[in-house]
Design a protein around this ligand. Sequence first.
Ligand SMILES: [Zn+2]
Length: 438
Amino acid sequence: MGDPKRRYFSPEIETKPRERIERERDEKLLGDLLPWAYERSALIQEVWSEAGVTIDDVTTMDDFHQKVPFISKDTVRSFRDRHHDPYGGLLCLDPGMTEVFSAIFSTSGTTGDPTPAPYAGRGPSMLVREFWETGCRPGDHFVEMLFTFRGPGIHDTIRGIGATPVFLDHSPAEVPQLVRFSRELRPTAWYNLSGPLVLALEQHVADTGDNLAEAFASYRGVIFAGEPIGPRARHIVEDEWGLELFVQTGVGDVGAATECREHDGCHFWEDTCYVEHLDPDGAEPAGDGKRGELVATTLIDKIAPLVRYRSDDLVRVTREQCACGRTHGRLWPLGRKGDEVVVGGRSVLPGDVWAAVESEPETSAGLFQVIRAAREVDRLRLRVGYSAEGPKGLGDLRARVTDAVQAAVGVQPEVELVENEVLLRQGPPHKIPRVAKA
Ligand SMILES: [Zn+2]
């Protein structure tokens, strides 16, 4: 496991010179992952064949960029439904060879039905690098607050840094137990905190008067995942409870990217995935630092490899070296391509109205949905959750939220108010859908 005092978990990988990162990445992609996937994945064969491309046509990175067709969640679902294949043609092994799977877990299904994900990992994932970065060390306790459908990977990874997992369900009902274990076991890290859990913790404080800054004093780092954190929730968690948050975001279903102690973008590991960042409506690179769609290719998943997977996530990307010394790229999540509405030529993402919704006391939980019947709409329609009716009634609250959103995005919204619980019921445990068709 190496020196417990070292700065990075894997110094030689995390600070590798860029030209070596890129050379090794390209060799792995062209020489190993693509031939493997092309040979075995029925989905890759179908999609490449439709595009008139074979593996012999892809020998350079230019070939890759010009010829390899994209896949998306819809491509996978369509294959699954046409061929009655639960793995959507991605599986590169005979399904009868289940002895190589240690588990099947699934995605959370935020954008549709969840996708089963065969898991063949044994031992820690590359997340050991970010778990080490939280400051957790061998012999410490590490709170694992997850859902069972996410499988055993996180447990193996916590063991991989030499810490002891403390299991809790990712559920508001577990909050009293979380606070108790935090006091009794003094854990140093926690995976993961989410928006709904922040609300449950606030309710716990309101009900009991508990001092969470004292209860949580032992944590060196907490990973926040599921959806972006709004400014109000961040203020409470960081300034009132004293937790240092490490925001984590997905890398197009092939991995995760997590903040380091600089909190200046989420690092993605280029020995595990190839990240492209393209014009959302085309195939051209969006350019370093510009807004583009994240397109991801795994370099390590030989079980169900995704190749040029269009994630629908709008991100900013840089490969400039981070102040922490790591040389791998970083990304900033901005929102979902499918969440964008265009109102009179003006682009609006849920993140653009978030702080405005949070600015009124009754809607400060930041629970809202953008009603998106189509990408281009005549009016910006919002469904906003509120906690309690103020002394001047709902009409007054609606007027205040309307004004706050108009000031933030320059478009007057039509606001429908519903109780917070109505929106919380729609989510998987760690987030709510930020857009709705009606
Ligand atoms: Zn960094």
